[in-house]
Design a protein around this ligand. Structure first.
Ligand SMILES: Cc1ncc(COP(=O)(O)O)c(C=O)c1O
Length: 384
């Protein structure tokens, strides 16, 4: 049996209700949502809409039609970035961002003369909102904040960053891929204009799910970057104006979305707070156990409720890839090594040249026994 500690990449296992919802959709419905008026097509559409409502409730979005289903967090971030930026715009981003932000921005820089200021972070991966304020320029279109770092687990001071963005009358886009399902997010309270998230990490949905929230009114600024069939208004040579259809070209991932709806219901019933409390307890145990090992150096904020469930570290004498290979070989422990698609974060931490870090990310189903076993094995490897 494996010990899975890569929940920051995608969560596993999923709650039983998620497998059941996917199975039900594939066997009993099995058709494209929003395509056709027969009974099962309507049932498929209802499931897709119920997922929209669950996600809207989760982040306190007033209108479920402003939740756009996407393929994953990356897809939703691409829509938000490429759809909103115009030639010669300026963006305030940060070194904590993932490649799903960095690469679309690099593309904008290359092909549309967009300029980007990357705000730095402290040793724990936290951004200073004053740095964001200082980076804003007259032509800044958008401030981007990665809510929780996938490397250090640091959760950014979103309310302060939002106040800076609003104070300067700039759009705020949040990458909540690592925070959704771990911490509560209220898009109205936080004045968020665009929020992208994966559905398959902390939200516990199936692979290839994700969504983008677009605040009402902001859609006027977001061009649909993908065009195609929508199942209605087929006479138009462009995407229909209505949301969510404007941004949902092509057949949706019906069974994935059905699973995502079940996952968010599961989280609502169990409560995000209860899941987070379990994960925080495991992070503390893992952190303290690793801290006691010779040659292990931990990165990111120490255990606290204000932190995502990832623990990253280096082990003296080991390349991170060698260390994770040894964990896997010894006991099927599945952890991640490398730059974690966040090269600027590793440059900021000073871990880039050493090939990044070892990252262990716990989940709702990780047990205390598994963490103790991981510590035993890590101790044997680090002490060897
Ligand atoms: C901070 C962050 N943003 C975005 C993504 C991309 O999410 P997805 O894998 O759903 O495309 C990830 C994935 O690891 C991430 O950690």
């Amino acid at each position: 049996m494996r010990i899975y500690l890569d929940n920051a990449a995608t969560s596993w296992p999923k709650p039983e209700a998620v497998y059941a919802a996917v199975d039900h959709y594939q066997r009993e419905i099995g058709i494209a949502a929003g395509r056709g008026g027969y009974n099962d097509a309507v049932a498929a559409q209802r499931i897709v809409e119920s997922a929209r409502r669950e996600l809207a409730t989760l982040i306190n979005a007033p209108n479920p039609n402003h939740i756009i289903h996407g393929c994953n967090g990356t897809d939703s971030l691409n829509l938000a970035i490429h759809g909103t930026l115009r030639p010669r715009d300026h963006v305030v981003a940060s070194v904590t961002d993932h490649n799903s932000v960095l690469r679309p921005l690099a593309d904008e820089t290359r092909f549309r003369d967009v300029t980007v200021t990357y705000v730095g972070c402290d040793a724990q991966g936290l951004i200073d909102p004053d740095d964001v304020r200082r980076a804003i320029q007259p032509n800044t279109r958008m401030v981007i904040a990665t809510h929780a770092s996938n490397v250090t687990g640091a959760i950014q001071p979103l309310a302060e960053i939002a106040a800076v963005a609003k104070g300067a009358d700039k759009l705020l886009m949040v990458d909540a891929s690592q925070s959704a399902g771990h911490v509560g997010i209220d898009v109205q309270n936080l004045n968020i204009d665009l929020l992208a998230a994966s559905g398959h990490k902390g939200l516990l949905g199936p692979p290839a799910t994700g969504f983008l929230y677009i605040r009402e009114g902001v859609e006027d600024l977001v061009h649909p970057t993908r065009q195609g069939g929508t199942g209605f208004e087929s006479q138009l040579d462009r995407m229909p104006d209505e949301l969510p259809t404007r941004y949902e070209a092509g057949s949706l991932n019906g069974s994935g979305i059905a699973g995502l709806a079940a996952a968010v219901r599961f989280l609502r019933e169990r409560t995000i707070e209860a899941v987070a409390a379990h994960e925080n307890m495991l992070v503390k145990r893992l952190w303290e156990g690793l801290a006691a090992l010779p040659g292990v150096r931990l990165y990111g904020p120490p255990p606290s409720p204000q932190r995502g469930p990832v623990v990253s570290y280096s082990a003296r004498g080991y390349d991170p890839q060698e260390f994770t290979a040894a964990l896997d070989a010894a006991r099927g422990i599945q952890a991640r090594a490398g730059l974690h698609c966040a090269p600027k974060m590793h440059q900021a931490l000073g871990t880039f040249d050493a090939g990044g870090l070892v990252r262990m990310s716990v989940g709702w189903a990780t047990t205390v026994e598994e963490i103790d076993e991981v510590l035993n094995v890590a101790s044997a490897i680090a002490g060897a």
